[in-house]
Write a protein that binds this ligand. Structure first.
Ligand code: WTA
Length: 661
């Protein structure tokens, strides 16, 4: 009964529209839906002209003559004969303006320490780090792995790499030593920047220790630069002579000046590993020029960024959102970006609201999973604070349920702030679908329409357009500047993964892996992944990755991993496991397997539940029937068609298995 009511309520909310508040529209970058529609139509008619105009926002050392080169589709090149260094757009350009002494970064550590860096100061620090990298033998084109807490040195490290043309690859601090080893090896990285540890819920994450463990198997890494964030007592660290260096021994003595290297626009700015449908994460490669252009443009129009804004993105720089909308996008726009190191409930559940009031945050960008946690913690926490400086809210990472959208609007935005629900992916580099906050009427749960310049469609399996409200596959039909250029070291996988599923008129188009529908007004409703990728608390996790971690345990014969709907995290991981040699599935055994997954991948991939079974449901051709497992994980029973199932008795035994933890 209760559930039915919630469904009806959410249906009612879903059909509500929230036009931009009149005062907001008056000063917005894009002021009306008519203006937005004009921009869309004109960008559509001549995308190259549109992107050439957007590219003017960046500082180029050598102007480009060609906007887009599709000669080798699906491998594309943007602005290919132009040269630039993105750090000049992020830093140098502001130094000759009044922004020189404007705060570029406002940082707050979990224990309450803070640091504010102006553009001038950040520039000097970045040059020092870049000089240190050069002195330690890092060259243009080398890969540098960054495994750090959310501290200013992280931002400096990204930009220092970009300054000398080293390709950075950030690994999220929640990944384990094994995951670091795999990524360092795949990227062929020779240099690592890390810290002794980072704060999270009052505890220390032992980052350097994880790096040390990983590097036992990575002989090619020559140097490790380590920031002292915690101190020897809280995070004991062993420094390997000849390989490891303290940041404080190397960086402060460097010159604060360094001319940026001019790089071809297609030079790889970074590699970011993300989960796909196989056991091995993909190294998504992003360019310098195209990525920069898309991120600068979308930051400005989606967040309606003004010079007076104080902008706060809660994403970790270990994910693409942190790259694009905490570091590069805000800095290219000369904005003030707020960065917070720790957990939102430390020391209390109002940490973020407290932070917003203290720094006067005007734009706040977070994830639906966080919003659902805030809702659950109760209104008393935000209500302790005025939140009166906020003027715009954003979300990213997964579909937002209408109830959470309404709560965000009313309790955080005081029904005054537009919400931008932004759809994009690691592979798209930047936002593709989102409202223009001064123009687009929002509908709770919809990311609304593609931004001007992007061609995002919903099609059927055969590439024909889906009818209004008909579910289909979300595809991108034209190249875009922030498009991933390849999968690092595996161009075939790039083609196979993204350009082999769906064709329109015989031409392969980019398939996002998401299912969606478009309503009669052209609004997009993303329904989630249709491939074997889970979205757990906004983090992408491949079922195959967790499965391969499980089967690497000596006791496991076979494993199948599926997602189960979860109120807080969106999806929770459920693993069905068959043990070797008739071993018994005890709670201790389940614990050992959970520990093993955490060790192999990291805590973010820890299954919520392990269910032991003596066999898995398979088709006669031997394929695991995941659909059945999903149903069993969600509701304990199976309702759909099971005619292809090989052994019916499996089902009965599976449904009867109690959840072990
Ligand atoms: C999902 C994060 C609905 C989607 C930037 C996509 C969303 C995947 C939204 C990419 C949104 C992201 N509404 N779903 N606003 N934003 N997604 O690579 O399934 O970590 O394919 O990039 O998250 O996740 P990724």
């Amino acid at each position: 009964m209760g559930d039915t009511r919630t469904d009806i309520e959410s249906l009612l909310v879903e059909n509500r529209r929230f036009p931009p508040p009149p005062g907001f529209a008056a000063t917005a970058q894009v002021k009306s839906e008519e203006e937005a529609e004009r921009l869309r139509t004109s960008a559509d008619a001549d995308p190259e002209r549109f992107w050439r105009e957007q590219a003017a926002a960046l500082k180029w050392s050598k102007p480009f003559t060609q906007v887009l080169d599709t000669g080798n589709h699906p491998f594309v090149r943007w602005f290919a004969d132009g040269e630039l260094n993105l750090t000049e757009s992020c830093l140098d350009r502001h130094l000759s303006t009044w922004r020189r002494n404007k705060a570029a970064l406002i940082w707050e550590g979990e224990p309450g320490d803070s640091r504010v860096l102006t553009y001038h100061e950040l520039h000097r620090e970045v040059c020092r780090v870049a000089n240190a990298l050069l002195e330690l033998g890092v060259h243009t084109g080398d890969r540098v792995v960054i495994y750090m807490p959310m501290i200013p040195e992280l931002v400096m490290s990204l930009l220092a790499c970009a300054r000398i043309g080293a390709t950075h690859s950030v690994i999220f601090g929640g990944f384990s030593a094994e995951a670091i080893r795999d990524r360092v090896t795949d990227a062929g990285a020779t240099f690592i920047i890390t810290a002794d540890g980072g704060w999270r819920r009052g505890k220390v994450i032992p980052l350097k220790q994880n790096v040390d463990e990983a590097l036992v198997h990575c002989p090619d890494v020559r140097k490790v630069l380590c920031v002292r964030r915690i101190g020897q007592e809280g995070a004991p660290v062993t420094m390997k002579a000849g390989r490891d260096l303290w940041w404080s021994d190397v960086v402060p003595w460097q010159s604060p000046c360094l001319k940026a290297v001019a790089l071809p626009a297609e030079h790889p700015l970074f590699i970011l590993y993300t989960s796909g449908t196989t056991g091995k994460p993909k190294g998504v490669v992003h360019s310098t020029g195209g990525y920069g252009v898309q991120v600068a443009y979308t930051t400005k129009v989606v967040f309606d960024l003004k010079d007076e804004d104080t902008y706060f993105c809660t994403a970790d720089v270990g994910w693409v959102t942190g790259h694009s909308y905490l570091v590069y996008g805000p800095l290219m726009n000369g904005a003030t970006s707020v960065m917070y190191e720790g957990a939102p409930e430390t020391p209390q559940r109002d940490r973020l609201w407290n932070l917003i009031d203290r720094w006067g945050v005007t734009i706040f960008y977070t994830a639906p999973t966080a919003i659902r946690a805030f809702m659950r913690w109760g209104n008393e926490w935000p209500e302790k604070h005025s939140l009166s400086t906020l003027r715009l809210l954003g979300t990213v990472g997964e579909p937002i349920n209408p109830a959470a959208w309404m709560w965000y609007r009313e309790v955080i935005g005081k029904s005054r702030c537009p919400i931008v629900d932004t759809w994009w992916q690691t592979e798209t580099g930047g936002i593709m679908v989102a409202p223009l906050p001064g123009a687009t009427a929002a509908k709770p749960g919809s990311c609304t329409k593609p931004l001007p310049g992007f061609s995002v469609e919903v099609v059927q399996r055969d590439g024909k357009p889906a009818a209004a409200n008909e579910g289909g596959y979300l595809v991108i039909t034209k190249p875009w500047p922030g498009q991933l250029r390849t999968v690092w070291g595996d161009p075939d996988r790039y083609v196979k993964n993204y350009f082999s599923e769906i064709q329109i008129d015989g031409r392969p188009v980019y398939f996002t892996g998401d299912g969606a529908r478009r309503d009669p007004e052209g609004y997009l409703w993303v329904m989630g992944r249709v491939d074997d990728v889970l979205n757990v608390a906004g983090h992408r996790i491949g079922t195959a990755e967790v499965e391969s971690a499980l089967v690497s345990h000596p006791d496991v014969a076979e494993a199948a991993v599926v997602g189960r709907p979860d109120e807080l995290k969106g999806q929770a991981i459920v693993a069905f496991v068959t043990l070797r040699g008739g071993k018994e599935g005890t709670p201790e055994q389940a614990k050992a397997l959970l520990f093993h997954v955490v060790k192999e991948i990291g805590a973010i991939a820890r299954p919520e539940e392990i269910r032991f079974t003596d066999s898995l449901p398979k088709t006669r051709s031997g394929k695991i029937m995941r659909r059945l497992l999903r149903e069993i994980a969600a509701s304990g029973q199976v309702t759909g068609d099971v005619t292809t199932l090989e052994d019916f008795s499996v089902l009965q035994r599976l449904s009867a298995t109690p959840g072990d933890e």
